[in-house]
Design a protein around this ligand. Structure first.
Ligand code: HEC
Length: 263
């Protein structure tokens, strides 16, 4: 359109001269930036390029010849201080310091299924290191049904579905030996396993282990004809708010129920 109109073209020329001046400045500025920053990029010195040691390599710099430094004594990974030893181990101070099993000579007895019948519970705490509340027991019930019921059965008689399908039968929780076992024993078995039972430490965090132990105690009370007066000393002695031995958490009907169906 402009080409056909010489007057307009002239007008535009004047204008475009001015514009050329402006865009020339912009071009110069751009060129300057390009120039400067391309140098800056060339000078980049990333952390991955700097001189460094690889893990476990030799070093001439340090006296001990190791590139890796020793951790200062007492270093603890973040979140692993675990000062409350009783909570994290289920053991008394003596039990924590013991280097051998409580008393190996006292525990060689096995039952008909080949289970180790532990009778020496020394070094294990008798008191729950956490307050026992309904919430704790409810949580324990839920976790028990996830991780333990398959072998130990709905009320802890050792008749879980896996056992019915051939896995060796664990001892019942409902005899005097385990009724009188300290809470630390149950915690310890969950943490470290025992005999044919694996450790459940990686699946069940410490707080949940105590919840499960509280639920096991509830099962034991529910399965004892004298439940109401049951000398659950470890539990009764320890907790002002210990669960009253009612059947609320371990419904007697559920006791005979075969979860998953008998086959
Ligand atoms: C795969 C089956 C299986 C599962 C799942 C299992 N257990 Fe066991 N448990 C056993 C067997 C078998 C034994 C007997 C081990 C032995 O003495 O050789 C046992 C033993 C125990 C004992 C020791 C009893 C004693 O005689 O001192 C406790 C306590 C226990 N289990 C608690 C638990 C808890 C709590 C869970 C869930 C976190 C659990 N178990 C999950 C199979 C299992």
């Amino acid at each position: 359109m402009l080409k056909n109109n010489p007057q307009a073209e002239r007008k535009m020329e004047g204008k475009s001269k001015k514009e050329t001046g402006k865009s020339g400045g912009r071009f110069l500025f751009f060129a300057f930036c390009l120039f400067t920053f391309s140098f800056a990029a060339a000078c980049r010195y990333d952390m991955q390029d700097q001189p460094r040691y690889k893990a476990l390599k030799k070093s001439d710099f340090f006296k001990d010849g190791k590139a890796m430094r020793e951790l200062p004594e007492g270093t603890v990974p973040r979140g692993f201080l675990r000062e409350d030893k009783a909570f994290y181990t289920g053991k008394t101070e003596a039990g924590q310091n013991a280097t051998t099993a409580p008393n190996p000579a006292a525990t060689p007895a096995t039952d008909a299924s080949g289970n180790t019948l532990v009778t020496d519970f020394s070094g294990l705490i008798e008191e729950f290191p956490v307050p026992v509340s309904k919430e704790l027991i409810d949580r324990g019930e839920q976790r028990y049904k996830v991780f333990c019921i398959v072998c130990h059965g709905p009320v802890g008689n050792g008749d879980g579905m896996i056992v019915r399908r051939g896995f060796s039968k664990p001892p019942t929780y409902n005899d005097d030996r385990l009724r009188n076992a300290p809470v630390g024993h149950f915690y310890d078995v969950i943490t470290n396993g025992q005999g044919k039972m694996n450790s459940y430490a990686s699946q069940v965090p410490p707080a949940d282990r105590w919840a499960i132990v509280a639920y096991i105690r509830t099962l034991q009370i529910s399965q004892n004809p004298n439940g109401a007066n049951m000398p659950m000393t470890p539990m009764n002695r320890t907790n002002t708010n210990a669960p009253t031995p009612t059947m609320n958490n371990a419904n007697p009907a559920a006791a005979t129920e075969t979860h998953g169906g008998a086959r």
